[in-house]
Ligand binder design. Structure first.
Ligand code: SF4
Length: 300
């Protein structure tokens, strides 16, 4: 616990500077926090806000979503991107009903056993919903720890077990304080210790930061290149899904053919959607969202 002073400084800063985000408000339940964590993993806050509110207005509890179809979850996901997350959330809601009576469990092992709930999400839910003491390590936290503690300009591309150990060492012993520290480190990385332009003069760790103390040049930013979207299979998949989301009856392949000119790429994208379980291939070369009610027998 020798690094707890860092947590103290970051929590003090967080108390005054945290963004006002609805999933952080007192009384927000574990299901709402779980949904926010899944949505935020690959989508910016500003796009998540309306989607999160709409999702929870429609499905305020896991049981309500579990009683609906996967197709409706995919439809509701809209253009948030990476729509397999909608399917996983639906599967998770079903599992919560079957295994936990419709409640989100409190224990890390139970959370990790849920479909679509990985190491980060399980720790985030246990920490932010139930005030448990777990290292919650996303890209932002890894970057803060790499700079402030290890004196490195940036973190690696993926979370390693060593990152969990290094972050846990920063957490205060008291679980509720540790939970707040986890939120604070995450926020600091999101808004101050950013990848390309860390604002060290505004940082509560400026006098304690190993990277700052080393006098190294400003970090070059993430080595991960920004992902291209235009012209990719992801764009084609998005267009195909947009057509299927708009229809509650099966769609003929000829109609899907209109969304993209390249036959090979379009076929590959459609096959990928079927393989991922987002789309069903039906008889007579027709397609529908997964689990759409009233559809004909799937194509053999
Ligand atoms: S002092 Fe600068 S580099 Fe160090 S943690 Fe703060 S913002 Fe990041």
């Amino acid at each position: 616990m020798s690094e707890t002073p860092l947590a103290t400084a970051v929590v003090r800063w967080y108390d005054k500077n945290a963004r006002d985000l609805p999933w952080r408000e007192p009384g927000v339940g574990a299901w709402a926090i779980l949904v926010s964590e899944v949505m935020l993993q690959q989508t910016p806050v500003v796009r998540v806000l309306p989607a999160w509110r709409a999702w929870l207005t429609r499905w305020p509890e896991p049981a309500v979503l579990a009683a609906d179809t996967p197709a409706e979850a995919i439809r509701m996901w809209g253009r948030l991107g990476y729509p397999r997350r909608a399917l996983r959330l639906h599967e998770c809601a079903v599992a919560l009903v079957e295994r936990h009576g419709g409640a989100v469990p409190t224990e890390l092992e139970q959370l990790l056993a849920l479909p679509g709930v990985g190491s980060y999400t399980a720790r985030a839910v246990a920490t932010f919903a139930y005030g448990r003491r777990h290292p919650v390590v996303d890209t932002n936290v890894r970057r803060v720890v790499a700079r402030a503690v290890a004196g490195e300009p940036d973190a690696g591309l993926a979370t390693r077990p060593a990152d969990l150990v290094a972050t846990e060492a920063l957490l205060p012993a008291e679980p509720a304080v540790a939970a707040r520290a986890s939120a604070a480190f995450m926020e600091l990385g999101a808004v101050v210790c950013t990848a390309r332009s860390p604002r060290c003069v505004d940082c509560p760790l400026v006098d304690r930061c190993a990277w700052r103390a080393s006098g190294q040049a400003a970090p070059a930013g993430p080595t991960r290149r920004p992902q291209r979207y235009a012209g990719t299979d992801r764009q084609v998949r998005g267009r195909l899904l947009a057509v299927l989301r708009e229809s509650t009856v099966p769609v003929a392949r000829e109609q899907l053919d209109l969304v993209w000119a390249d036959d090979v790429q379009r076929a590959r994208a459609l096959a990928g959607l079927v393989e991922d379980g987002l789309v069903q291939a039906l008889a007579a070369d027709r397609y529908a969202l997964a689990g759409e009610p009233g559809n004909a027998v799937p194509q053999l």
